[in-house]
Design a binder for this molecule. Structure first.
Ligand SMILES: *[C@@H]1O[C@H](CO)[C@@H](O)[C@H](O)[C@H]1NC(C)=O
Ligand SMILES: [Zn+2]
Length: 382
């Protein structure tokens, strides 16, 4: 054993021994001062950062869970949180059947409209930004809620609901619920984040967020519409979630996953769509399954869905890293999660927000329009 690794082992052990839960009063005091509690890695306790330090971390491309508002709740279910933190980065919690809804689903896939998605994407990118503390970020939430309510009305589905899930900042998440014929059955959730950020000037800088994550957002809107138009009545409940404040530490999805966990809700599966609009010209188009903070059983099911319903093959990506998108919030709450992405790392969109100096335009879509509907084939009809 190298001396340095021995040393790091000792330091890690000491850190574990000295790990005392942060008290609710410390959290109240520090968050009142504007400090944020960030969970930066699996092996370390969360640390307090100023808002400027938070922005500097984002600019450096560091991902984290901002646990300021959920730390106390997460301590209550420390055993699953610990599982997620210490037993590797994926688990097998769930088993799923072979795809069996080809007859019902294939005609619905034919109705998925790329033009509808592009219309929604234009509306979303027309907001100056969708920052979680900007009025335009709040308006983007109500725009999505109203769009979804419009489809509920258009297709006369009074059993289907949509509502804002409000947070401690002006932007809200949006939750649409299609009840199951077994209303108490486990919930299937598809999610995307609806916020965007300009790291040079978060509050008023331009951040169209066309691919990140306008694409995932409009995939869900159009998937929702196509299912309602087809009279979709699932056996178990299906929910569509659009998350606020993903770009600043997964705030929206953590608040909702924590809320569901506290309420004892049973979740059959969670799937995140965060970027589906681009693959590097000249590379092979795939659905790139993220390899960490996911459920192996759910990934196996996704592979069979993709093979059954899509012309695009799946591929395994390299690990996405700690807290890279909203699926990690559900994984940490102990729910089976997954995250198919637009391309394997290196073939994905080079212009997303995390780059320290993003090129001026993020609005171009490299993916052929006909491939966008294919992502909707991930939806589980059960
Ligand atoms: C972000 O904001 C800065 C400052 O307002 C601006 O110069 C830059 O073009 C914006 N970035 C994008 C991608 O629009
Ligand atoms: Zn994203």
């Amino acid at each position: 054993m190298h001396f340095t690794s021995l040393l790091s082992l000792i330091v890690t052990s000491l850190a574990l021994v000295s790990a005392v839960p942060i008290s609710p009063s410390e959290i109240a005091t520090n968050s009142a001062k504007g400090l944020r509690l960030l969970d930066l890695s699996e092996d370390t306790e969360p640390v307090w950062k100023t808002e400027d330090e938070v922005l500097d971390l984002l600019r450096a491309g560091v991902n984290f869970f901002d646990v300021t508002e959920v730390y106390v709740d997460q301590q209550k279910w420390a055993s699953t949180a610990k599982l997620a933190k210490t037993s590797g980065t994926s688990a097998k919690l769930a088993t799923f059947p072979a795809p069996s809804h080809q007859t019902a689903l294939r005609p619905i896939l034919q109705t998925v409209s790329t033009a509808n998605m592009q219309t929604s994407l234009t509306a979303l990118t027309n907001f100056n930004n969708r920052y979680y503390r900007a009025t335009t970020g709040a308006s983007a939430s109500t725009w999505i809620r109203d769009k979804i309510q419009g489809y509920i009305t258009q297709y006369s589905r009074s059993d289907v609901t949509v509502s804002l899930f409000t947070h401690t900042y002006v932007q809200s998440s949006i939750i649409a619920k299609i009840p199951g014929t077994d209303p108490s059955g486990p919930i299937t959730i598809v999610g995307a984040h609806m916020d965007s950020i300009n790291l040079s000037n978060p509050t008023s800088g331009r951040a169209p967020g066309a691919d990140d994550d306008g694409t995932g957002t409009v995939n869900l809107i159009e998937g929702f519409r196509a299912l309602l138009a087809a009279g979709f009545r699932p056996t178990t409940p299906v929910e569509f979630h659009w998350y606020a404040a993903e770009e600043v530490g997964l705030l929206g999805s953590q608040a909702i996953a924590t809320n569901y966990k506290n309420a004892g809700k049973s979740v059959k599966a969670f799937m995140e769509l965060d970027m589906s609009g681009y693959f590097r010209p000249g590379s092979t188009e795939v659905m790139a399954l993220q390899a960490d903070f996911i459920d192996e059983g759910l990934n196996t099911f996704l592979k069979s869905l993709i093979t059954t319903y899509s012309r695009i093959p799946w591929a395994m990506d390299t690990p996405c890293g700690y807290a890279c998108s909203d699926h990690a919030s559900w994984y940490r709450a102990g729910y089976p999660s997954s995250f198919p992405f637009e391309a394997v790392t290196g073939n994905d969109n080079p212009t997303i927000t995390r780059h320290p100096t993003p090129p001026a335009s993020t609005a171009s879509l490299g993916r052929t329009p006909s491939s966008l509907p294919k992502l909707v084939s991930h939806l589980s009809p059960k």
